[in-house]
Design a protein around this ligand. Sequence first.
Ligand code: 5GP
Ligand code: ZN
Length: 120
Amino acid sequence: MSMVINADSDCLFCNIIEGKIPSTKVYEDDYCYAFRDIAPQAPTHILVIPKEHIPSADALDSGNSSVAARCLEAIPKIAKGEGLENGYRIISNVGPDAGQSVQHLHFHLLGGKRMPDQMI
Ligand code: 5GP
Ligand code: ZN
């Protein structure tokens, strides 16, 4: 069971980090938690989240960006563990126009197939 900084008891991902809602953990360190997405869009679809309740990338500032950096640093390790030698995609949706549905910063890590759509 992990502590979340600035935890929001109504936040799904805070509750997942705290073990109140089950998840399939892939990686954990002092700053980050990673688990499999419940509705995978690729053979590997992992959510990498900070152990601090930050609503989205739009709430990043000099006081909390280091935990986001820790999550980014975890991604190569997770990708290696998943065998994603051929590449992967990292996505972080922010707000309604991007379709963000959970208001706790998360990085989607997608891989294991050639991605079908190439917006950018
Ligand atoms: P967003 O739409 O905010 O960018 O991404 C939220 C992601 O959380 C979605 O891909 C969705 O499938 C995933 N998700 C929603 N609820 C749960 C849950 O209870 N467990 C897990 N593992 N993933 C979830
Ligand atoms: Zn949260």
